[in-house]
Design a binder for this molecule. Structure first.
Ligand code: TRP
Ligand code: SF4
Length: 333
């Protein structure tokens, strides 16, 4: 059997370049090598936003559009919606039974999520039972397709560790080497920071969206932090202290382009405004094809919905095979 990957994202609305560079780009490559399953984790969205579901349906579609536009190919990958595969919820129950409580309690990613949740004003500071179950549900997602690998960002690796532990434990308890112990696949691309130098994130308003227009992108890039000690074009610049703009050059530019920027900056022959105008143009060029595809899918939402429904059916067929074996192993009626 060809090795399988499963990965998902919560429907947080339109995705940004951090999602693209950190995760999606990796999926696009891997889909040619692995049998691939990519899903929108709408149940996971509820773990923190169960009371803010007005945009949930739209957010699911937006994420799917960003994936399709970025090159996830529904002809070779299965793209689906978590909640349209109810077998995942059943597996979640079984996995919950074999998972010791302290495994989820010490999950560092979950601890961080809880901290953020508590710090947000207006959020009920109680951590819900559903949120505590986050890593178990994630394990159900992964094990539902009996994945061998899970391509994720570094922030998700702790969750995958738990999945491996749960898979091993399940196999031990029910005395069959049925589930794979899935390995994370990390992206080698360096993490892109936000325009203000902090982690790129929607809630920090420091992101560039895949869906942003060229004008919006150009405007946003002009706000990127540069070498703060530099006031005039003729001041000698320090690219390595140019917190955001130069970093973006190293991500998007060719080696020659980066060398040229560095040299001109250091000699005081390059103004920051000009430099960022060029950078904006470069990023717009990189994303022009993706954005064009995005506009196509936005104008053909029914096609996107068909892809999600078809993919969910396919995922369900796989899930049913696994769940019937699991029921047998446990001796369910
Ligand atoms: N927790 C992941 C995130 O926030 C989303 C996710 C849910 C996931 N289930 C998964 C990722 C299973 C990989 C595999 O990005
Ligand atoms: Fe940064 Fe470019 Fe300004 Fe140099 S010229 S400090 S690389 S923005």
């Amino acid at each position: 059997m060809r090795e399988r990957i499963v990965s998902g994202m919560r429907p947080t609305g339109k995705l940004h370049l951090g999602h693209y560079l950190g995760v999606i780009q990796n999926w696009v490559e891997l889909q040619h090598k692995y049998e691939s399953f990519f899903f929108v984790a709408d149940w996971h969205a509820l773990t923190t936003k169960y009371d803010k579901t007005e945009n949930l349906k739209n957010d699911v579609i937006d994420v799917a559009i960003d994936w399709l536009a970025s090159g996830i190919d529904p002809e070779i990958s299965t793209i689906y919606v978590q909640s349209l595969v109810p077998e995942i919820a059943e597996l979640n129950i079984y996995l919950g039974m074999v998972t010791p409580q302290n495994w989820v309690e010490r999950d560092p990613t979950l601890k961080d999520m809880a901290k953020i949740l508590r710090s947000k004003e207006g959020q009920n500071s109680q951590i819900s039972y559903g949120l505590m179950g986050y890593p178990v549900l994630m394990s159900a997602d992964i094990m539902m397709m009996n994945a061998t690998h899970v391509p994720v960002g570094i922030d998700q690796v702790a969750h995958i560790e738990i999945t491996r532990d749960i898979a091993r434990r399940f196999n031990n308890v029910y005395k069959e080497e049925f589930f794979n112990e899935p390995q994370p696949i990390l992206n080698h691309c360096s993490l892109i920071c936000g325009l203000d130098g902090n982690k790129m994130g929607k809630s920090f308003q420091n992101d560039i969206k895949i869906s942003d227009t060229e004008e919006v992108t150009a405007k946003k890039i002009m706000t990127a932090i540069t070498d703060r000690s530099r006031l005039r074009k003729t001041d000698l610049g320090h690219p390595d202290e140019c917190e955001v703009a130069f970093k973006y050059w190293t991500i998007f530019g060719t080696e020659e382009q980066v060398a040229k920027v560095r040299c001109e900056c250091e000699k005081g022959e390059r103004g920051c405004a000009d430099c960022k105008r060029q950078l904006g143009a470069l990023i717009n060029e990189k994303f022009s094809e993706i954005r064009e595809k995005r506009r196509y899918y936005e104008a053909h939402i029914d096609e996107v919905k068909d892809i999600l429904n078809e993919g969910s059916k396919k995922a369900r067929t796989e899930a049913q095979k696994i769940i019937s074996h699991v029921r047998e192993l446990i001796n369910m009626y």
